[in-house]
Design a protein around this ligand. Structure first.
Ligand code: PHE
Length: 384
């Protein structure tokens, strides 16, 4: 209630009245501010209680969004409000917003930490059953044929043979002619050949084929190098052939070649015996028999005793019942070949050998059929 003032001092009374009105407005604003500050306190109290009751991460995240969500969060809204206030009210309201923000943030932080701690405790409380069998780890391994190739390189390597490789598509010259097998020679019948047409045009004087053996590399190496030579050449070969238990149309061979002064058949036998002992162990029998190849003279065939039947099963699928598996051809390099590549056969001699890699892998893995190596049945491949 505004007290009445004497009318004769209008100036003063006018002034007084104005100051009362201002005061009234001021106190109204102060009330509103106090209410707003109180609202913020209540908001923070409610939030802190709610957050403390959050049972899991999802509830906690929902609470965070309720207060700090970018658009509708309660604290976010209050913060935006600050800018709309007159300058005189900003500090008090701003301070209250900051305080509410700090309390709610602290509550979120401490509830989050409590929930994380509870999770760890729960994990620690779980018991491991140490008697359960372990989960097997699948271990990769080399294919038996790859292993045999590496074994061949390693074992001949210990005897000074360097591993080299050569082309799988050969010319008629290196595959046959340079090895004393001219066109029409009956030895060609020994090799069923897959001819290949040249995409750049066929040269009738130089037909191409999938090499039928690795022996062409004997000539290529002798042309490229000077004696002494000791190389072993593993590689894929091709024959137009029906497959059976010990034959494939695509298969691997290893070729060996040594050229030096005073090499004899005894050196050849020593090297191959040593190889057989290192590859199979000493219990394995090795047999040399005379044979014929146009590019070696004399020639021999080397056979290993059958690991499947040990020579005891006349019906053996793998050795055909005779107890031996032909494993390689070999012999002394023919003097005509030495002459053809410009070596003097009076001074240099050499021996060569060539055998099937799959035969080795079969004997070692006791696979009764060569085709098992290429069927990619993991039950078979994983058993080595
Ligand atoms: N290349 C012959 C074959 O495939 C084997 C062989 C190699 C024979 C070297 C003698 C010397 O049957």
């Amino acid at each position: 209630m505004v007290p009445r003032r004497p009318a004769f001092v209008p100036d003063e009374s006018g002034l007084l009245f104005a100051s009362f009105a201002a005061e009234a407005r001021l106190s109204k604003r102060k009330d509103r501010m106090a209410a707003a500050v109180q609202d913020l306190k209540n908001l923070a109290d409610r939030a802190v209680a709610e957050i403390a009751a959050c049972a899991d991460d999802a509830a906690l995240e929902a609470a965070r969004v309720r207060y700090f969500g970018r658009r509708d969060g309660a604290v976010t809204q209050a913060t935006k409000q600050i800018a709309t206030l007159p300058a005189s009210e900003k500090p008090a309201y701003g301070a209250a917003v900051n305080e509410a923000r700090a309390r709610i943030e602290a509550a979120l932080e401490s509830r989050g930490a409590a929930l994380r701690g509870a999770k760890v405790d729960q994990g620690l409380g779980e018991r491991e059953d140490v008697t359960l069998p372990g989960r097997p780890v699948r271990v990769g391994r080399l294919h038996p044929v790859s292993r045999a190739i590496r074994d061949v390189s390693r074992i001949f390597g210990t005897m000074g043979f360097e591993t080299v490789e050569g082309p799988e598509i050969e010319t008629d010259y290196y595959n046959f002619e340079a090895l004393n097998i001219p066109p029409g020679h009956p030895a060609r019948e020994k090799w069923d050949t897959l001819w290949v047409s040249n995409p750049l045009g066929d040269d009738p004087k130089m037909p191409l084929l999938g090499r039928t053996h690795t022996s062409p590399m004997q000539v290529r190496i002798m042309e490229q190098r000077k004696p002494p030579i000791r190389v072993v050449v593993p590689g894929r070969c091709y024959r137009y052939e029906a497959t059976d238990a010990i034959r494939e149309s695509i298969f691997f061979q290893y070729e060996g070649l040594a050229i030096d002064e005073k090499l004899t058949m005894a050196d050849l036998k020593g090297v191959l015996y040593s190889f057989a002992r290192q590859y199979f162990g000493s219990q394995h029998n090795v047999r040399f028999r005379p044979d014929y190849f146009p590019f070696t003279e004399p020639s021999a065939e080397i056979a290993f005793s059958c690991v499947i039947c040990e020579g005891k099963d006349p019906q053996c699928h793998t050795c055909g019942g005779d107890g031996w598996i032909e494993a390689a051809g070999c012999g002394m390099v023919h003097p005509a070949i030495l002459r053809r590549v410009g070596y003097d056969p009076e001074r240099y001699q050499g021996f060569a050998f060539g055998g099937g890699i799959e035969r080795l892998a079969m004997l070692k893995s006791r696979a009764p059929d060569i085709r098992m190596l290429y069927q990619n049945d993991l039950r078979f491949l994983e058993s080595f």
